[in-house]
Design a protein around this ligand. Sequence first.
Ligand SMILES: Nc1ncnc2c1ncn2[C@@H]1O[C@H](COP(=O)(O)OP(=O)(O)OP(=O)(O)O)[C@@H](O)[C@H]1O
Ligand SMILES: [Mg+2]
Length: 665
Amino acid sequence: ESGAGKTESVKLLMSHLAQIEHTRPSLNSCGTKEETSLGVSETVKRILDSNPLFESFGNAKTQRNNNSSRFGRLTQLHFDVEDPESTRDSDREVPICSLVGSSCTTYLIEKNRVVSHNKGERTYHIFYQLLAAPDQFKEEVWDGLKHATTDDFKYLSSSDYSLKEHEMDAKEWCLLQESMKIFELEGESLKTILRALCIILQLGNLTFEERCVEQTESSGGSIISSRDELESLSHLIGIDSEKLEISMTTRVMRTSNDECFVKLCPSAAKGGCDALAKEIYANVFDCLVAKINKHTKTSSTEEQLQHQGAENLHLDASKLKQVNVLDIFGFESFKINGFEQLCINYVNEKLQNKYVSDNFMIIQKEYLEEGIPMFDLSLVDNSDILKVIETRGGIFSYLSEECLLTTGNDRAFVYKAKSKLFNSSTLIKKKLHKPTEFGIHHFAGPVTYDADKFVERNRDKLPEDIIDCTRLSTNQLLRDHFQTMFTSLDEVTSSGLKKRTALLTGQTVLNKLRSQLKSLMESIDETRTRYVRCLKPNERMLPRLTDHVMMMRQLEYSGLVTAIAISRETFPSKLSHDLVRRRFECLLTGVISSRVLLRLEHPITSKKLTEKILQKLFCSVKEALSGKGNDNPYICGKTRAYFRPGALEFLEQKREKFVSSFAVR
Ligand SMILES: Nc1ncnc2c1ncn2[C@@H]1O[C@H](COP(=O)(O)OP(=O)(O)OP(=O)(O)O)[C@@H](O)[C@H]1O
Ligand SMILES: [Mg+2]
C-alpha cells in the first residue's frame, strides 16, 4: 500500500547499515590499521544525505501519502569487508566492514504529475520548496520568481495550499540547501537546474487558443494567447518567442522528398507543451541521480587517496560486498486509475511473484525432492495475473500494438484486450464500463483503469519540432539534453531500417520499464532476499490509529495469511535425519540399543531409523498432536524429517526433562 512506510523503513535500514562505520578500521599515523570508533565518514554522510534530495525531486503529496515516492529506487550499498582470515586471527565473531560507496538506479519517475495531479494532491515537493525560498534567492534564480506564490503557476495552483504547508516547505528548503551543497549543487550549477524548473512552471502558464480566421488567410490552427507569459518564457529559456510559438503550434510532416506544415488545434498544441515540461523534469531528475551517484560512488584506491586522504587505503574493489535496498512505489487503487497506476501495480505484481517464488516455490521444490506431499500454492501464486498482463496475447501486447499504429487509440486497445481476453477471469469486463474502461483482478485486489491517453503516455514521444527548437536554449541542461535527443533522432530518420527497428522495439514507457525490471530481477536473483512487509494502519494518515479490517485485508492480499496457513498446515520445522538421531536418541534408551543405531549410517537406513525413533516417541501422543486427528505429527523425507506445528516442541520438552534429570544441584 502506498503510505505503508516503505521509504521510512529504507531510511532506517540505511542508517543502521551506515552505523557499521563506527567499528571500521582506520589508519593511524604510522599507517597501520587500528580499530576506533569514528564519526561518520564523508562517504556515509553523503549516502544518507542523498535521501532529502531524492524526496524533494521524486516525492509528492497524494491522496494516500503526503510524501509518496513517485519513482522506484534500488540503492546498492558497497561494503569493504575484512577478509575472513584476519577476523579469525583477531578472534572477532563478525568481520569489520565499512560502507564505502553506493550507487542508485531509479525506475519510472511519474512524469505526468509535473503537468497534472488529482484534487488534494501536489506535484513534486521541489516546486513548492523553491517558491518558499527567500525572495532574494528566488530573484537571483529568475526575476519572475520574485514575490511569486503557487497561485502564480497553473501547474501548482490547483492544489489547496495552506500556510502550514508553506512553512513546512520553507523549512524543507533550508534543509535541502544543506544537502545540495554536499553534492556540489550550489552557485551556477544549482541555478541552471532551478531555472529548468522555472521553465517548466512557465510552460504551464502558456494558454492556447484557436487562431481566428481574420488573423491568417487559411483558417485553423492555434496561437499562444498568453503573450506576456510567452515573452517571460522566451527570456528565461533563451529562445526567440516566435520560434517557440511555431514549434508548439505546428508540426512539420516529412515524406521521402517533401515536407509540409500542419497547424495544430489548441489541445494538441497544449499536449506538446506539456510533453516538453515532462521531458525537462525527467531530465532534471536523471541529472540529479547522476550527480548523487558521482558523489557517492566507490572510488578506486587512487581517487580515494586524492579526495579523502588515506582513510580507505586498504580498499580493493574486487573484494567489495553489496547490500541492495529496494524501495518501490506501493500498490495503488484510486477512484480513477490511469497509465501510471497500471505501471506501478504491474511492478508490484512482479515483486509479489518474486516473493512467492522465494518463499513458497522453493519449499515446494524441496518437498518434491524429498518426496513429501505438496500444498496448494494457487492461493498466493499470481503467475496467472502476470501472464494476462505481460505475455504475448496479454494486455500489454495489445497496448503496444496500438502504439505502433498511426491510427492507434485508447478505445481500440481496450476493445481488443476485452474481446481477445474474453475468457480471462483476471481481466474485468463490465457492461457499465465506459469504452475506455477495464479492470484487473490484481493480487492486492481489483482495480478499474481508465485507458484515456494510455497510447499517448506509453508512446511518450516528444514532437521533433519541439526537440529541434529546445536544443537552442541558453540553459545548458536543456541544450545538452535536447541536442543529444535531436542527434539520435537524426540517426534514426537517416536510416529507414533503423527507423523500422526503433518503431518495433520502440522505447515506449512499458518497454523501458520491462527491460529495467528484467535487469532488476536478475540482480535480485544474485542476492539473498529479505522482505520487509509494511502495513498501513489506517486510510486517514493518522498516528496511533489502527484499522483492523484494513490491516487484515493487507495481510490477506499480500499472501501473508496464506503463508501462515500453509506453514501451519504443512511442516514449519525440519531436521536432518542425522540430527534427529543425535538429539533424540537419548530418549529411547532401552527401546533401540545404540549398537543398532551405529549400524544404520546409510541415508536410506537413516530415514528408516528416524521413522522408527519418531514412531516410538510419538506413539502415545500422536492423535493429540496431529490436530486433524489422522495426520501424522511428522513425516520423513529422503534426507530430513518434517514436523507439524507443536511436534518438534513436544520432543524438545521431552528432551529437556530428560537432560535436566541428570543435572546436579
Ligand atoms: N516507522 C515509522 N515511524 C513513524 N512514522 C512512519 C513510519 N513509517 C511511516 N511513517 C509515516 O507514514 C508516512 C508514509 O510513509 P512512507 O513514505 O515510508 O510510505 P511508502 O510506503 O514509502 O509510500 P509510497 O509507496 O507512497 O512511497 C510517513 O511520511 C510517516 O508520516
Ligand atoms: Mg515511498
